[in-house]
Each structure stands twice: as C-alpha cells, then as structure tokens.
Design a protein around this ligand. Structure first.
Ligand SMILES: Nc1nc2c(ncn2[C@@H]2O[C@H](COP(=O)(O)OP(=O)(O)OP(=O)(O)O)[C@@H](O)[C@H]2O)c(=O)[nH]1
Ligand SMILES: [Mg+2]
Length: 347
C-alpha cells in the first residue's frame, strides 16, 4: 500500500522515585525528638506532546532512549525531596503510540497540544515519620522510592489529509501527487490504477506544508457501486479542501465538474460543500486551437476565476504547479484557522 507511514521505536523510562528518609528531630531541650524523615520526591515523567508544525517522526532522529529525572531523597525536618525533571518529546499530530511488548495501542494523538504520559515516574518513598505509632515511637524504617515505568514504544505517524484529490479515473491524480509530494503511487494509462488511497506531504518550505490524499477515481454511478464505488470517499471527509482534477481532453469540463460534485453529494452532502479548487490537467499535450475559447466558456459558466479557484496545469510536465500548491496551502491555512476559532467558541 502506498500509505505514507513513518515509524519510530523508542525506549522511555520514568525517573526513579526518591527514597524516604530516616531522621529524628535533634533540637536543644528536646532530648528524644520524634521521627521527621521526609518523603522522597516522585520521579519525572516522559511525556509526548503534539506540535502542529512537525510532520515527520524523523525529527527524533538518532535518539532512541529517553530517561526522565530521578526524584530526590527525602530529608530531615520533614522535607520532601524535589520531584525529578520531566522529559518532553515533541511529536507530530497524528502520531499513534503502541506498546511494542504487548502490541496494545496506548493512544492516538490527534489534536495539537495533546499530551500523553509515556512513562510515569516512580513514586517517592515515605519517610520514617509515617511509621510512628503508639508502639513504635522511633521507627527506623523508611520506604525506598519506586522504579520508574519502562516501556518500549512504537510511534507511528498516521497523517491526516488536508487536501483531497477527486477526479475521474485517468485524470492524472496519482501523477500530480507524485510530482508535488513525497508519495509515489502507481501511475498508468488505464483507469482504476489507484486502488487504495495514499497520502503525501507537499512541502512549500521547511515549515510550510500540507498533506494531500490521492484516492481511486470515481465515475458517474459511483454511489450505486459503479467503478470502485465510493466508500473510499470517507478518506477525504475530514480534509479542509478538495481539488477536483479534470482531464482537459474531456469534452465538457463543466459537465465533468458537475458530475463529480453530484457523486460526492450523494455520498455525503457536506463533502460537496467543502472549499474547492479545480485543476484542468494535461494542458501540455492539448494542441487544438480552441483551448482559450473553452477556458473562457468554462470560467463563465462556473463563475470561477483563473488562479483563484481554477488552475490550468500539467502534472506530468509540471506546469502551473507552484501557483496551485501556493493556493491550496493558503486555503488550508485559512480553513484551519476558522476551525480553530470555531472550537474556541464551542469550548
Ligand atoms: N499528457 C499528460 N498526461 C498525463 C498527465 N498526468 C497524467 N498523465 C497520464 O495519464 C494517465 C493516467 O495517469 P494517473 O496519474 O495514473 O491517473 P489517475 O487519475 O491517478 O488514475 P486512476 O488511479 O486510475 O484513477 C497516465 O498515462 C499518465 O501518464 C499530464 O499532465 N499530461
Ligand atoms: Mg491513480
């Protein structure tokens, strides 16, 4: 499968808890001071936290073992030892955390700023103060700190698509994604080459990127199961933006555009309402003189605007792709901002 999956194995170890202290009050005029040994401090935790400007686990390159700080031992005068320092590991949104030894999925980190304690620090041990009772006024026992939790983890990045590619079979979806992203799905001159969705990261700069989903082509009647059906449309239900890709050799671009929208609507009306961009593709090999005319007619009929929501491109020959990428990135950013503010209002 062409899924973009990024994996990383880590060992995480919580800090050891500090030992409890055995100590007695020693003050002038108090000959037999009672126990005053403080508790050990708790060990530090190893914490995973999601950051939204990361998009690969490779940022953790090289490091495979993370150990949090140990708690300090308790001291006399009933002083609790200091807590051990936490270790924070930043991971991309979409990281799934699995316990390598048990195979259990521990968590799916799907929103930014989400935290997960990957290895808990050991509890600090109790000081001798707590062992005092009517029988034993001078206990010489304290509890040692607990060991920190130790786990072998497998982190797996499951990307969440920002832009979904929608088009008839052979429109050039897989070619396009393979030119602008790190995904390399199979490309071929026959319909339904793509059978499973795949995701690719489209980079604009080191920090600016979005994730694009290539899905199988859909055809008229997909909602009735024609072609490959349209169940795979669920992979683009959560995307911010759709890119309708239309082969410029299609007779009527507007008919194709309308037909695609209709199929989407029949699957889920919300899909058809998503912000979109249209790409008229394969312009490198369209040699008829009627191109400008067809372009004008399409823009007029759809009331769309060139370089705003319609791009005339060639995925194969890489024509017009920078402008398209730029636009998609801007829309994704804008849509995410709106979504964030929606969430703020709700909470
Ligand atoms: N001339 C030209 N041909 C292209 C372009 N993009 C794709 N093709 C060709 O069109 C055919 C289909 O390309 P794919 O990228 O596999 O199309 P797809 O939309 O992913 O097809 P399915 O996976 O079957 O839905 C291949 O023969 C490509 O070489 C383009 O920009 N210009
Ligand atoms: Mg394909």
């Amino acid at each position: 499968m062409g899924h973009f999956i990024d994996e990383k194995r880590l060992k995480v170890i919580g800090g050891k808890g500090g030992d409890g202290c055995v100590s007695f009050r020693r003050e002038k005029f108090i000959p037999f001071g009672g126990p005053d040994g403080g508790h050990g401090g708790d060990g530090g935790n190893v914490i995973l936290v999601t950051k939204d400007n990361l998009h690969a686990l490779s940022t953790l390159r090289g490091k495979v073992k993370f150990t949090a700080g140990n708690g300090e031992p308790g001291k006399g005068s009933n002083c609790t030892g200091a807590k051990g320092g936490d270790i924070i590991i930043e991971v991309p949104v979409g990281t799934q955390v699995k316990d390598e030894d048990t195979g259990f999925i521990l968590t799916d980190l799907t929103v930014k700023g989400q935290e997960f304690i990957a290895a808990r620090g050991g509890k600090g041990g109790a000081g001798n103060l707590v062992f005092k009772n009517s029988v034993n006024q001078a206990p010489r026992t304290a509890i040692p700190g607990e060991e920190g939790q130790e786990r072998n983890l497998v982190l797996e990045l499951k990307l969440i698509a920002d832009v979904g590619l929608v088009g008839y079979p052979n429109a050039g979806k897989s070619t396009l994604i393979s030119k602008i992203s790190n995904a390399h799905p199979e490309v071929a001159a026959y319909p339904f080459t793509t059978l499973t969705p795949s995701l690719g990261v489209v980079n604009l700069s080191q920090w600016d990127f979005f994730v694009m989903a290539d899905i199988p082509g859909i055809i008229v009647g997909a909602h009735e199961g024609k072609g490959l059906g349209f169940k795979f449309l669920r992979h683009i239900e959560r995307t911010q933006v759709l890119l309708y890709l239309i082969d410029c050799f299609e007779e009527d671009w507007n008919e194709v555009f309308k037909a695609l929208k209709k199929e989407l609507k029949l699957f889920n009306p919300l899909l058809a309402q998503k912000t979109f961009v249209v790409g008229i593709n394969k312009i490198d090999s369209y040699l008829s003189e009627d191109f400008e005319e067809r372009k004008k007619a399409f823009l007029k009929k759809t009331r769309l605007k060139e370089n705003k929501n319609v791009f005339f491109i060639s995925g194969l020959k890489e024509l017009g792709l920078d402008e398209l990428k730029e636009k998609l990135f801007m829309i994704v950013k804008e849509e995410k901002k709106n979504k964030d503010s929606d969430q703020t209002v709700l909470s």
